[in-house]
Ligand binder design. Structure first.
Ligand SMILES: [Zn+2]
Length: 256
C-alpha cells in the first residue's frame, strides 16, 4: 500500500508534512515548525505520531519537537552533524543511512550548504523526497553555513533523483522564486507554464507543493546553470570563472 502524505501550513510560510504508513499505522512529521498544526493534522486524520524526521537545526523546523515529543513519546531522528543543536534527539543519521517509518524506508542524503549538516530524506519505493531548505521549487535555500560549491554538490545529488520523484520543500517561496527565474530565462516555455499554474494556485490560497524533479529540471535555474538561457544571462556572464553556480547562489539569498 502506498504511503499517504498530508501537507499543511505552519508559521508564516513553512510547510508541515505528515507521512503515514497504512500498513503499520506509523506516522512521521517531517520537521516540526510548531506543534499545534501538526497535532491538528494528526487528529483530523486519526493518526498517532510515531516519528519526527528533522532536516536541519533551524528553529522554524524544530521548535515543535518538545511539545510533540511530550505528547506522543515519538522518536526524533536528526542529522548527525548538528544533533547537538536540536532538542530531544533519539537517533542521528547521515549519508546512506536508512530511516524506517513503519514499513516505509527512507534513505538519508547529506545535503549541506544551507546549514553544515543539512540532510534530505528520499523514499525510493514511493518516490518522494523531503528536502528541507536545500532545494525549493524554482529556487534553492540560502547558503548560510556552507559555501556555494558545497551547496552545488548537494543540488547535484537531488538533481540525480528520478524525474518522477515528488519533492517537498520547507517553504512556500515558489511564486517569488519564479519571478526571479523569469528574469534569467524569460524564453523558457516550461517555466512560463509552471508560473501560470503557480500564480493561479497562490491566488486561490493553495500550495504549490509537491513539485517533481522533472519539472524542476525544466524550470529551476539552480538546476539549470549550464542551460544556454542561463549561461548567456549577463549577470552570470560576469561571474565566468567563479564556478557554474557560484553567482546564482551568492546573488540569490533566500532565508529559510
Ligand atoms: Zn533553514
Amino acid at each position: 500500500m502506498a504511503a499517504e502524505i498530508r501537507l499543511f501550513p505552519c508559521l508564516t510560510d513553512n510547510f508541515g508534512y505528515l507521512i503515514h504508513d497504512p500498513v503499520t499505522k506509523a506516522t512521521a512529521s517531517i520537521d516540526a515548525p510548531e506543534a499545534a498544526p501538526v497535532i491538528k493534522a494528526l487528529e483530523r486524520e486519526g493518526w498517532t505520531l510515531t516519528d519526527i524526521l528533522i532536516t536541519h537545526h533551524h528553529g522554524d523546523h524544530t521548535a515543535g519537537i518538545p511539545e510533540l515529543k511530550q505528547q506522543y513519546k515519538c522518536r526524533v531522528v536528526a542529522p548527525r552533524r548538528e544533533a547537538q543543536r536540536i532538542a530531544d534527539v533519539d537517533e542521528t543519521v547521515g549519508e546512506g543511512d536508512t530511516v524506517s517509518v513503519g514499513s516505509l524506508q527512507g534513505r538519508v542524503i547529506d545535503t549541506p550548504g544551507h546549514t553544515a549538516g543539512h540532510i534530505s530524506y528520499f523514499f525510493p519505493a514511493d518516490k518522494f523526497a523531503f528536502v528541507g531548505d536545500t532545494l525549493f521549487s524554482i529556487g534553492c535555500g540560502r547558503v548560510i553555513e556552507g559555501d556555494a560549491q558545497m551547496m552545488w554538490q548537494s543540488l547535484l545529488k537531488l538533481r540525480g533523483l528520478p524525474d518522477d520523484t515528488q519533492f517537498f520543500c520547507g517553504h512556500e517561496y515558489t511564486e517569488s522564486n519564479g519571478r526571479f527565474a523569469l528574469t534569467l530565462e524569460p524564453g523558457n516555455d516550461a517555466l512560463q507554464a509552471r508560473m501560470k499554474t503557480v500564480r493561479a494556485a497562490r491566488a486561490k490560497g493553495e500550495t504549490t507543493m509537491p513539485s517533481d524533479m522533472g519539472l524542476e529540471k525544466a524550470t529551476n535555474p539552480f538546476l539549470r546553470v549550464r542551460s544556454p538561457g542561463i549561461r548567456v544571462n549577463s549577470m552570470l556572464s560576469r561571474a565566468a570563472g567563479s564556478g557554474p553556480s557560484g553567482v546564482l547562489l551568492r546573488g540569490w539569498c533566500r532565508r529559510g
